[in-house]
Design a protein around this ligand. Sequence first.
Ligand SMILES: *[C@@H]1O[C@H](CO)[C@@H](O)[C@H](O)[C@H]1NC(C)=O
Length: 380
Amino acid sequence: MNISSNHKALLMGLLGGSIVSLLIWSKYKKQLKEMMRLKKYYLPFEPVNQHKKRVVEGCGVLSDMKEKDHDSENEGIFISDKEHLKRKLAHMRKEGLQELQILSDYDQTITAFGCPNEQEISTFGVIAKSKRVSQKYLDDMTALYQHYSPYEKDSTIDKETLVKYVTEWYSKTAECFRNEHMTKELLLEAIHDSGVALRYNFKQFVNALQHINLPFYVISGGVSPIIMSCLESVVCTKKFSNFFLFSQEGYFDEKGVLVDLQMNVNTCSKHEKVNSKEFNLRKNTLIFGDLHHDIYMKNELDGENVISILFLRDKMKDQIPSLKEHWDIILTGNGSFITHQALINYIAGAEYENLKMEGEAKEIYTKSSQYSELRDILSN
Ligand SMILES: *[C@@H]1O[C@H](CO)[C@@H](O)[C@H](O)[C@H]1NC(C)=O
């Protein structure tokens, strides 16, 4: 008797509840749907790695990591094929940020170009410039470079032979590092002393990515502790689970001495790192680089829809006609990340306020004449 009356009450309750829910749903359908849609945009994206995220160790954080000023006189923006770019952008915008990912080179893509008459500051260069590394390290590294780099530039060499030489070069480089016993402190000081600077607006850009956990893959032939420290100085990488770095990986012992350098990335393997076996790849990709071969980062991606942005050294401007076939946007001068942020903003659509450019960068984007063509493309 008791049980059945309990059942009755339960059934009545369920029925009543369902009716009430239905009534609420039909009355506030529009608002509820809107809320669910917004939630999708405002919550960070899920991790894209099927496995545990590898943690790459930095050598500390700089309180005064340099960011370049805007190169207002020289920055030029060349759009290769306006209509084609418009079509690709419209497609990306339709699929939204949840289908977007970014692949980027590091040296001279995330960092600025060097001074015209000086050697450019790569991550290896940062270490070479340090006054605290030994003469032997410098001599050995120079000798290796002089011996092996001609092979890399030799276009007549077959891939197998090249891989053999590069492997040799890399294992000897790793040995130089192991013998040098560099400390984290030395490396951090080296970054500071080198004067290396991140590009204008990179900080704002990467923080916008972190905020929504947009997949951001950095692929570099550089040294991981240097790259990680520069990045950690401007963005919290620990809160950014969809940030991945592929590079030559430095390992420290418990005293903070660099005891090994694993050479994970070379000219031949650079393009295999971001693959569908390990990552939930997205359909649409932005590619950032500073040298033509960076375009090959797209080779392992299935998604056809790629927009590529190249930072071009002024002395290579004569190559624009041939580069235009592969790169959608070419930035000359000492370019900034304003264009990149304007693009993700456009792809995000109107909803996502947190990605919007702020402050000086916004002023430059909305007022400078060199952005007028881009503004025009992104205004619809
Ligand atoms: C690019 O910017 C960096 C950092 O401000 C500066 O040191 C370098 O001289 C600039 N290079 C060119 C070619 O303008």
